[in-house]
Design a protein around this ligand. Sequence first.
Ligand SMILES: NC(=O)c1ccc[n+]([C@@H]2O[C@H](COP(=O)([O-])OP(=O)(O)OC[C@H]3O[C@@H](n4cnc5c(N)ncnc54)[C@H](O)[C@@H]3O)[C@@H](O)[C@H]2O)c1
Length: 440
Amino acid sequence: MNAPVCIIGTGYVGMACALGLADLGWPVHGYDILPERIDRLRRGIPPYREPGITESLQKHLASGRIHFFDDIHAAAKDARIVIVAVGTPSRDDGSADLAPLKAAIEQLSSVEFAAWPTIVIRSTVPPGTSDKIADAIEHWADLIYAPEFLREGSAVRDFLNPDRIVVGCSDASAAVTYVNLLERLQKPVVFTSRCNAELIKGCSNAFLALKISFANEVANMCDTLGATSDDVLRGIGYDQRIGSEFLRPGIGFGGPCFEKDVKSMAHVAAQHGLGKELFAATLRVNSAQPMRILDILEHEMLSLSNATIGVWGLAFKAGTDDIRDSLALRIVDELGGRGARMVVFDPAVHVAPLPLGSRMVTSALEATDADALVVLTEWPEFARIDPLAYASNLRRRVVVDGRNVLDSSRVAAAGLTYRGVGRSMRGPVQHDPLAAAVEV
Ligand SMILES: NC(=O)c1ccc[n+]([C@@H]2O[C@H](COP(=O)([O-])OP(=O)(O)OC[C@H]3O[C@@H](n4cnc5c(N)ncnc54)[C@H](O)[C@@H]3O)[C@@H](O)[C@H]2O)c1
């Protein structure tokens, strides 16, 4: 029997590692500081919603491949590999809060391991962090930094199908046991220094966030020029040097990673006296985008005061029930501030902090008993609802599609005013480009 792999932290990343490694045939021990989370996990109840997670958890519990512990000593003592996947949230100044990571390492230092373990940090950390931790623990463990690139909504699938495996270490031999765990994935492995690996993760997220902000700027330009961002961005994305992924406009990026990771990179740049213009611009564009959606709605409604707004979607993205730093929540809050009441439906989120007078409902159609409808999460099921089924419910006949998921022509054909992001309904060319060229 192989020694168990111990996972510290059973959140999105920890659970994806636990279930993914169990799928690959490895015995797994999970540990978390939240005893109630461990209790539920032992009963087969996952901490969040994700396609297939409940079935996978129950299968591996039943086969005995996964065990959960509320005692770190019992969870870790026989492990040769300990994966740390605790949260690293943003502090007020934008820097990463490393307190949960330091606490986890401190707790591990008191474990009486059967053999010298390899500690694998998978949390996202600023460059230089794991070298410092490695210096502090070298008398009892090896340390590698191996960032995770999964997306919520497809976490275990992404864990098992990464584009690359990045391993930051001071000596490749220390990383062999960890890489062996993932050998069956047959993916390229980038062996590098810990600091490089930390930069690969931080800069990858910063670049993806930058692409989203870029798509939003292009879409906003399309709105003003009477152009269609679907076509413009599709045309740009076919260029293999650019690629179409993350080139979709919307309400901006939310969730627990992009904003905090870009802020952390900006903080690191500033700390070292380096320019942080691109990071700062990415964040500025992103925080303006929800306001733009609100302005479009207010423009169509003339006033939001005392209006009832139907809201489809609260999760920060489709496929998850995660509302951490969701821009949908920020928009709902702001709508409340402008005097509106909301009737909200999300297929996965059933409880959320809402402004006074607003409520959650249990079906998408129930949420259309309103003056206008806004779509804030790109759940594919929203696109499958025939606009004729809700057209007559919407008293002011306005639909603002903050995610460009609806079929604009079908919505318009149902007699509704449709506004998307960069999906001008005025036709492709409104102004005279030749006249503009002469003026310039
Ligand atoms: N969520 C994602 O999509 C994603 C993707 C890639 C990387 N990451 C990074 O991975 C890390 C974890 O993210 P997450 O979304 O899984 O976080 P999460 O908040 O969902 O889970 C963190 C877990 O760690 C536990 N924990 C905290 N301190 C602990 C300790 N001392 N001992 C044991 N358990 C402890 C918490 O109780 C929680 O269950 C972060 O650094 C994040 O930036 C996240």
